[in-house]
Design a protein around this ligand. Structure first.
Ligand code: ADP
Length: 598
């Protein structure tokens, strides 16, 4: 832009300089002309004075006249310092202040003499051969009393003087011109700056807009076109700023949605490159954005079937939905939906892939059907027993009273078992569906445990099992009382069931990590026995539904295989944890940790 300013300044200076130069030349010419003109006027006036005051009609011999007029001319030159020449009408010089008239040639054809003869006064400027100088001549005719021309009086002066004054005039003119030139240059520069400065500023702002800096503005200039342009640029930049803010806001929102949604989103562009991947997709696919973004879909690390699916969608340009098992990073079942993206102006611009991890859904479905199968199987056993013994009774066993009583006892026990089983199944499905709300209340633990033990005391006494508890006086917990009781009773009755006669079953409560004041946020409930224990390989599975270590053993105890599963769910409803330690032949210990306050 300074280039433009320099150009503008240069043009202005050249224009001012040229016009000044032309004006100067004209002025010099006019001055010279008027100077010469006034010299001529002066000379004419002088001539007339000389003619009027001298005696120019004297009569005598030619030599005498020559001497006389030359002497007159010299005298006058002594006063005026101008050469004076007297020429007769026939052109013969008969008097001259500077030369010997006799040696001078005929002057009739001299332009000033000819002009004087014709119009009464004549001038001429020419180089004098006699004086070797540029001279200005003026001549007028001299007349006698009868008004007849008797000769011409001519004066001449060196133009040296005139040239000198013209030269000094030029000198002043050039100096003045130079000064004016400087001033003009400065003024031009200022004016150019005044014009180019706003344009430079606007260019800078426009550049900043290009660099996405929308904050910069053009300062307010005058109200002219340049000012208007500045205003327009400011308005444009403001509107751009607003639009960018809106776009950024939308982008942020979209980003938020993409980042927080559970579905994995992947986008493949027209060039078959992966151009978008949200965190869920990273998780599901097991690769980070850095590993995938910008790569061609078939060159990036991918499961082969997945790549094939994308390829199919690209080739057919049709939506595809498929379920796929991925083995990396862990085994998962994925629901993959691919749809071609089409914009208004083009039929195809990529593929949008939405991935759902449906592992949990499918696992749940499998568990449901397994559960149904298990339940049916569990129900079949007691029903088969009831049916079998009833049949035997009907077939004649009724007649043998002792057999009949023992068979009826078995039928009664089995229907009792059936009843328990159905009760437990209902209970478990209720707990699992989380339909019943928790009913938290403060529970005074010593009293609560005492009452729970009381329920089982009879059972324990039957097997001569020592039932005991150990709990501090002031222990409270906030819990759902009925459910907590169910937990304790299930664990204690298991302990009694799987412990031989004369064994011990014990429940103990202790605070967990108390601070220096003795306050604690969690407590530990331990139910231990000195029973037969659980083999190591079965430990991880005993909380599963219908899982029994030993079918026969359970049958004797009358267990359904659902007790521990119910306990685990109830503990989790209390935001607690349960774990089991056991050694075959020595005993089993269940440890529950619960928060004291909810
Ligand atoms: P069940 O109704 O059969 O007792 P549970 O779910 O309560 O079912 O227990 C699952 C299995 O864990 C039982 O079949 C039993 O083999 C084993 N078990 C549970 N508690 C004890 C224990 N205190 N001592 C030894 N084995 C136990």
């Amino acid at each position: 832009m300074t280039k433009f300013r320099a150009k503008l300044t240069f043009i202005m200076i050249v224009m001012i300089g040229c016009s000044m130069l032309i004006a100067g030349i004209f002025m010099a010419k006019v001055l010279e002309d008027s100077h010469v003109k006034s010299l001529e006027d002066n000379m004419e006036r002088e001539l007339r004075v000389i003619v009027a005051t001298g005696d120019w009609s004297r009569i005598g011999s030619e030599n005498e006249l020559m001497a006389y007029f030359s002497q007159q001319a010299k005298r006058i030159k002594g006063v005026t310092n101008e050469r004076l020449t007297y020429v007769r009408t026939d052109g013969k010089v008969i008097g001259d202040s500077d030369q010997e008239p006799g040696q001078m040639d005929n002057h009739l054809s001299r332009p000033e003499i000819a002009a004087a003869a014709a119009s009464g006064v004549g001038y001429s400027t020419r180089y004098s051969d006699t004086l070797k100088e540029k001279m200005l001549y003026a001549a007028i005719p001299v007349k006698n009393e009868a008004k007849a021309t008797i000769g011409f009086l001519r004066i001449s002066m060196s133009l040296e003087q005139v040239d000198k004054s013209i030269r000094s005039l030029w000198y002043f003119l050039i100096v003045g011109l130079l000064i004016l030139f400087l001033i003009a240059g400065l003024v031009s520069y200022r004016i150019a700056k005044g014009i180019t400065h706003p344009i430079e500023k606007m260019t800078k702002v426009a550049q900043q807009i290009t660099n996405m800096n929308y904050e910069s503005r053009v300062p307010a200039y005058s109200n002219d076109e340049v000012g208007q342009l500045g205003l327009a640029i400011n308005r444009m930049s403001e509107s751009l700023q607003q639009q960018m803010a809106r776009i950024r806001e939308n982008e942020r929102r979209l980003q938020g949605v993409m980042e927080n949604m559970l579905s994995g989103i992947m986008m493949i562009d027209r060039d078959e490159r992966i151009m978008l991947l949200n965190p869920s997709a990273e998780n599901i696919l097991g690769f980070s954005s850095q590993e995938l973004l910008g790569k061609r879909y078939n060159e990036a690390k991918q499961q082969f079937e997945f790549t094939k699916l994308i390829q199919e969608c690209i080739e057919t340009r049709e939506s595809i939905r498929d379920e796929m098992i991925f083995y990396y990073p862990a085994e998962r079942i994925l629901d993959i939906h691919l749809s071609p993206i089409a914009h208004e102006d083009e039929e195809w611009s990529g593929v949008l892939i939405v991935i759902h991890d449906i592992t949990a859904v499918r696992r749940l479905e499998r568990m449901r059907s397994e559960f149904v199968a298990n339940v049916s199987h569990e129900l079949k056993t007691p029903i088969a027993a009831v049916k079998g013994f009833a049949e035997t009774l009907l077939a004649g066993a009724l007649n043998d009273k002792d057999t009949a009583v023992s068979f009826l006892q078995i039928i009664f026990d089995e229907s009792e078992r059936l009843n328990r089983l159905i009760g437990d199944i209902l209970e478990l499905s209720k707990i699992e569906s989380k339909r019943i709300p928790m009913n938290f209340s403060p529970i005074y633990l010593p009293e609560f445990l005492e009452r729970s033990l009381h329920v089982l005391r009879k059972e324990a006494e039957k097997k001569h099992i020592e039932l005991s508890m150990q709990v501090d006086e002031d222990m409270y917990i906030e819990a759902d009382e009925d459910r907590l009781r169910q937990i304790i009773i299930n664990l204690l009755s298991n302990g009694i069931a799987y412990t031989q006669d004369g064994g011990k079953v014990k429940v103990r409560v202790e605070p967990l990590d108390p601070n220096s004041d003795g306050d604690y946020e969690r407590l530990r409930l331990i139910v231990s026995d000195t029973g037969m224990g659980i083999p190591k390989k079965d430990l991880p599975r005993i909380f599963e539904r219908f899982y029994r270590v030993d079918k026969a053993r359970s049958r004797i105890s009358g267990g359904t295989g659902l007790g521990l599963s119910i306990v685990k769910h109830l503990v989790e409803l209390h935001k607690g944890t349960i774990r089991v330690d056991s050694e075959v032949g020595i005993g089993t210990r269940f440890t529950i940790e619960l928060p004291v306050i909810h």
